[in-house]
Design a protein around this ligand. Sequence first.
Ligand code: SF4
Length: 253
Amino acid sequence: MALIEDNLYRKIKKATGKAIGEFNLIEEGDRIAIGVSGGKDSYTLLHILESLRRRSPVKYEIVAVNVDAGYPGYRTSVIEEHLKEYGFSHRMETTNCYDIIEEKRTPGTSYCSFCARLRRGVLYSLAEELGCNKIALGHHLDDFIETLLLNQFYSGTLKAMTPKLLADNGKHTVIRPMVYVEEQDIIKFTRHNGFPVICCACPVCGVVDQKRKRMKRLVREMTEEIPHLRRSMIGALGNVQPRHLLDRSLGDF
Ligand code: SF4
């Protein structure tokens, strides 16, 4: 089964292909594990990478990987059904991350950072087991610019994310091929194709971090005044002029 090619599909594919080319994200012989959580971003990434793969002169493989943290009510069967329906090679992994979090998390500390760290560890191990040298994540353009703003406003650093990063274990490369894809296009694409989006069923599922929510609103409000704001901000991340900043380790001071 394949999705119907329309303008939105082509637009997302073009933006993803651009990022892959510019940052050399995919190379001949790569085997890429795609983290599929059941959210809109990961479904979109999976379908777009598969579509690009089919027509690419560069030969690479993809495997959809789902890590079930063990939150009661997380309906992994819905994800697996979708993966089977479209013929994706996949691996569903059940873990006891939830029990570990409940037992070991210090009260008052972030649920998400503990959970994300544990699940990332599982993802790396699975990538290794499945012979994957790369791990693709579904972060999109809005994630990049919101993170840039969050760091500037709350942490006093000028940084966002990178589309390509050697993982902490030194073995895998993490790639984010949707760096140029806007979230609003992913939302429309997901609705249009009826992807079966499910909630991760964790205790903070659906609760958007208040600071990130504020950044989202800020970007939305400013876009009414400056329609090309998102493009300009993502462009700025690729057009850094250290001589016009204050970092003494970079400038000629
Ligand atoms: S939203 Fe839920 S599943 Fe996702 S990282 Fe946070 S705690 Fe984990």
